[in-house]
Write a protein that binds this ligand. Structure first.
Ligand code: ADP
Length: 236
């Protein structure tokens, strides 16, 4: 019998990174905020709104506009990152915006803007999925009407093994596959699916199953974090 595979940081294949932490209300002046830490990756989300749209010509009479800005701060990686937006951050901002627009009830807030700032404080792979997880929590913390939360994580293949929540060292292994994923637990609708690497269809299905299980674990933690902060309101 083959020995159980243990990863470079001591995890089992189906384990999230340690620590995996969620904290709500980390930015007092924002309408809602959240911090998500997955191992060495730390992302903070802050929501401002619904508020007046500036510039006014961007206003939508029927619904709110959702604007996301994903940013990696200069000291989030070992070698200082050049500050400011780039193609990668623009792409990630857009895909998080798209994923969230499936759950935020934008039509409840016509002629307003909801701004979401996602700051990567420390990056060690998986920043987009941590950012999306934090964003939906910050929206909930802001009291914005939503159909559900969005848990998000990545799964993939490292040295021939299917694993959950890859760290940077794993992502950098030759032939590694990384598949960032998110779905809406109540409807099972997939709202984020990307993939780096080459795999056959059976393998992709296995990776997606692994990512879903990870999302389910994160969803439980998201709900727990909300209950811990707002439990007394929910019981009324
Ligand atoms: P994600 O962080 O969502 O996995 P990528 O796959 O693009 O997104 O990036 C993987 C990791 O590579 C990041 O989490 C970060 O650790 C590192 N990285 C990305 N962009 C840069 C950069 N400009 N400078 C240094 N490291 C970077």
């Amino acid at each position: 019998m083959s020995r159980k595979f243990i990863r470079n940081d001591g995890r089992k294949p189906e384990e999230l990174r340690r620590p995996y932490k969620i904290k709500l209300g980390v930015v007092p002046r924002a309408n809602g905020s959240a911090l998500v830490q997955s191992g060495k990756t730390i992302v903070m989300a802050a929501v401002y709104g619904p508020k007046k749209v500036i510039p006014k010509h961007l206003e939508d009479q029927e619904k709110a506009i959702l604007r996301c800005r994903y940013n990696m701060i200069t000291f989030s990686v070992k070698d200082r990152k050049k500050p400011g937006p780039d193609k990668r951050s623009a792409e990630i901002s857009k895909l998080i915006e798209n994923a969230l627009s499936n759950v935020v009830m934008l039509e409840e807030y016509p002629r307003t803007a909801i701004d979401i700032y996602l700051e990567v404080i420390q990056a060690d792979a998986g920043t987009r999925v941590a950012a999306l997880t934090a964003a939906s929590l910050a929206l909930a913390d802001a009291g914005i009407a939503m159909k559900d939360l969005i848990p998000s994580t990545a799964a993939g293949r490292v040295n021939g093994h299917i694993v959950l929540d890859l760290n940077k060292e794993e992502e950098d292994v030759e032939d590694a596959i990384d598949l960032p994923f998110a779905y809406i637990p109540s409807t099972k609708e997939v709202v984020l699916l990307q993939m780096d690497g080459i795999a056959d269809i059976e393998e992709i299905e296995e990776i997606i199953e692994m990512a879903k299980k990870g999302c389910d674990k994160i969803y439980e933690m998201q709900i727990k974090a909300i209950k811990e902060k707002y439990g007394s309101y929910l019981e009324e």
